[in-house]
Every structure is written in C-alpha cells, then in structure tokens.
Design a protein around this ligand. Sequence first.
Ligand code: PGA
Length: 256
Amino acid sequence: MEVVVKETAEQMSRLAAEMIADVVRNKPRCVLGLATGSTPEGTYEELIRMHKEDGLDFSQVVTFNLDEYVGLPGNHDQSYRYFMNDRLFDHVNIRPENTHVPDGMADDIPAHCREYEEMIDQAGGIDLQLLGIGGNGHIAFNEPGSSLASRTRPKTLDEKTRQDNSRFFQSMDEVPKYAITMGIGTIIEAERIILLAYKESKARAVSCCVEGPVTAMCPSSALQLHPAVTVITDKAAAGKLKGDYPDEPRRLILGR
Ligand code: PGA
C-alpha cells in the first residue's frame, strides 16, 4: 500500500486528479469507479478544469459509482446520481449512457445489484477506483462488520453514517436508512485504487485502514490485500499514522 501525505486537501485533490487524468489519457476507453461525498469534490473540480483548459477527453470513458441511497430518485438533490451529474458529468464530455450509478428506486433491488455487477464485468472491470473513507473506516457503504468478500447489495446504514450525512437533509428522519453499495469484494477487484482522506476527523479511520490489522470491523483495511492502492491524505488526516510517508507517489499510475 502506497501512502502519500500532502500538506493540504487542495494538493491531495490535485494529485488524485492527475493520476485519474493519466489513466484517461493512456486508455481513453477506461472504466473509472467513482465516489460521492465531500472528499472527491476537489478532485472533480480539477478534472473539470483539465477538461476545459487542457482538453482532457472523457468521450469514451465509462464510469460506475460505488453507491446510492435506496428510495431517492436520481433527480432528488441528495441522491448520488444528482451529485455526480452536478459535480462532474454535466461539466465534461462524458456520454450520459456511459455513466452508471446504482438505481435506488429499482423495483427488485437484489436483481438490480446482480445486474450492476454484470455491467461492470461486461465493461471489462474497473481500471481505477476512487474512494473516500468514512469516520468509522467504511468504504462506499460497507459499514464495519461487512464481509470482506461482499458484493454489490442493499445495506442498512450505521447510525454514525446517518448522523454524518444528516447535515445534507432537513431532519434525521429524512436521512435514508438503506443504500445499495458495491461490496468490498467488488471494490478490490479494481485494477488500481486511490483512497482519499482529509481532515482530522478521518485520522483514526486512516490509521486503521493503513496500519491496523485487516478486519471487517475496519472495512477499508481490506485494501491492504490489494497490490496497487495509493492512499492520499492531507497532514490532518495523517495525524495518527505512525509510519513516515512521502509527499509524492513513487510510481506513476498508467492505464492498462
Ligand atoms: P465524506 O464521506 O467524503 O463526505 O467525508 C466519505 C465516506 O463516508 O465514505
């Protein structure tokens, strides 16, 4: 596992965007796994800038998002489909039909989850997966206790996660209780993975992810089993790490 500690969140976002852009340039038909939340917002802003100013071309890129709330339609301003359109897809030349977010309104959710996995396979698998991390160590909505071999499925959200996300809703009652999420087993099949974390509130989770034992109680620790993970943090999120980590990656990320 490669760990890179940048001074600021802006530098973290810029490095992640450069790594993603590298994959897009080297493999124009690449498959990107994308994340929502406040963590990747700066990275998406930088990718939009690269598209507008440097001509970064998304015309053949295919994307799969990690998760979606059950019960929120794509036009709900807190749905993850809405987030992705608003923060990235509407501002670059990606084809809407190449973007995939689980459908929180699907009639048959278990069947939809199976189809989502099949679509990832048919697209050739994920070349680069971008991840945030929850304060409880979760990745996507794989809460503590999730099987490290789990696949895309419906999941009950932890109270801690609901509280963390309640800032986006009018009241706690409106925060969805269930989500569809790629599993940990799905995520670690990606060719390469970048996990981002900034702020002191993520320091404990980053420490369990990077330096803790591999355990379902800290789902992100499963990334230690993957051969090509880069964890990029700011100084604050690295605050509880014991190791000494560089501020630049040792290797370039190249597309397959
Ligand atoms: P955040 O959420 O980016 O809004 O902090 C990350 C997560 O819960 O995975």
